[in-house]
Design a protein around this ligand. Structure first.
Ligand SMILES: NC(=O)c1ccc[n+]([C@@H]2O[C@H](COP(=O)([O-])OP(=O)(O)OC[C@H]3O[C@@H](n4cnc5c(N)ncnc54)[C@H](OP(=O)(O)O)[C@@H]3O)[C@@H](O)[C@H]2O)c1
Length: 209
């Protein structure tokens, strides 16, 4: 059975997005600083259509490169909330970075949206378990990534459906915005099983449950 994992960047004070996040202002005011560490990782730049050219590419092995590559390699399907999708729809490059089926939790039915490069967005209106079942089927032998945002990660954590949670903790403060873990059951058991510390970010992976 696929592992279900979430892999989310946060500020040191626990926000996954700054204030005023909306389509046209993805990640909210100041929120892009959460991901500053990833912008020079080659595997990420490739998925954003930023290679070749388009800015600096790390010439030495980036300390976070393996983590980003591993994430892309293992994800056979994605589940995300509609607010994350609505921001990304305007911001992701064409083709989008997923290259796999993406199941969007929403209350608004919409026909599947097929994009170049293997990404198809499916809009799921019959709840989180149905979305995860569809993602598991689509992923085959690969894993399912719960992409975000906060409400969606919280829903799956509280339902006991996440096996692994990785936080990419940026050494910045946002002060306000959307917190990742507000409303998550405080009884949730988290066992750290990998920590990779770099000057720009600390990656902490937990087994859940
Ligand atoms: N830092 C990171 O790594 C990271 C990663 C991902 C996202 N983000 C950020 O996270 C923010 C979005 O997070 P969020 O917590 O506001 O929202 P979200 O989880 O992305 O989406 C919530 C929306 O999903 C739909 N939804 C959720 N549960 C549902 C259910 N059971 N049935 C049907 N629809 C359901 C609803 O949309 P409708 O009712 O509108 O259909 C709901 O408003 C964005 O700012 C994004 O940039 C950050």
């Amino acid at each position: 059975m696929s592992t279900v994992f979430a892999s989310i960047g946060t500020s040191l004070d626990g926000f996954l997005a700054g204030p005023n996040a909306r389509p046209g202002n993805p990640l909210g005011d100041g929120g892009a600083r959460i991901h500053r560490w990833v912008y020079e990782v080659e595997a990420w730049r490739e998925r954003q259509n930023l290679l070749p050219g388009g800015g600096v590419v790390a010439t030495v092995a980036h300390p976070s490169a393996e983590i980003v590559e591993e994430n892309f390699a293992r994800a056979g399907a994605y589940v995300m909330g509609h607010r994350m999708f609505a921001e990304g729809e305007l911001a992701w490059p064409d083709p989008p970075p997923f290259r796999a089926p993406v199941f969007v939790l929403t209350h608004t039915p919409r026909e599947p949206w097929v994009r170049e490069g293997g990404t198809t967005f499916h809009f799921v209106t019959d709840g989180p378990e149905a979305a995860l079942d569809a993602a598991r089927k689509a992923a085959g032998d690969k894993d399912v990534q719960i992409s975000g945002g906060a409400e969606t990660v919280r829903t799956y954590l509280n339902a006991g459906l996440v096996d692994e949670l990785e936080i990419h903790l940026a050494p910045i403060l946002l002060g306000s915005g959307t917190r990742l873990l507000d409303g998550v059951d405080p009884e949730l058991r988290l066992a750290p099983d990998r920590t990779v510390a770099t000057p720009e970010v600390t990656h902490i992976r937990y087994r859940v449950g």
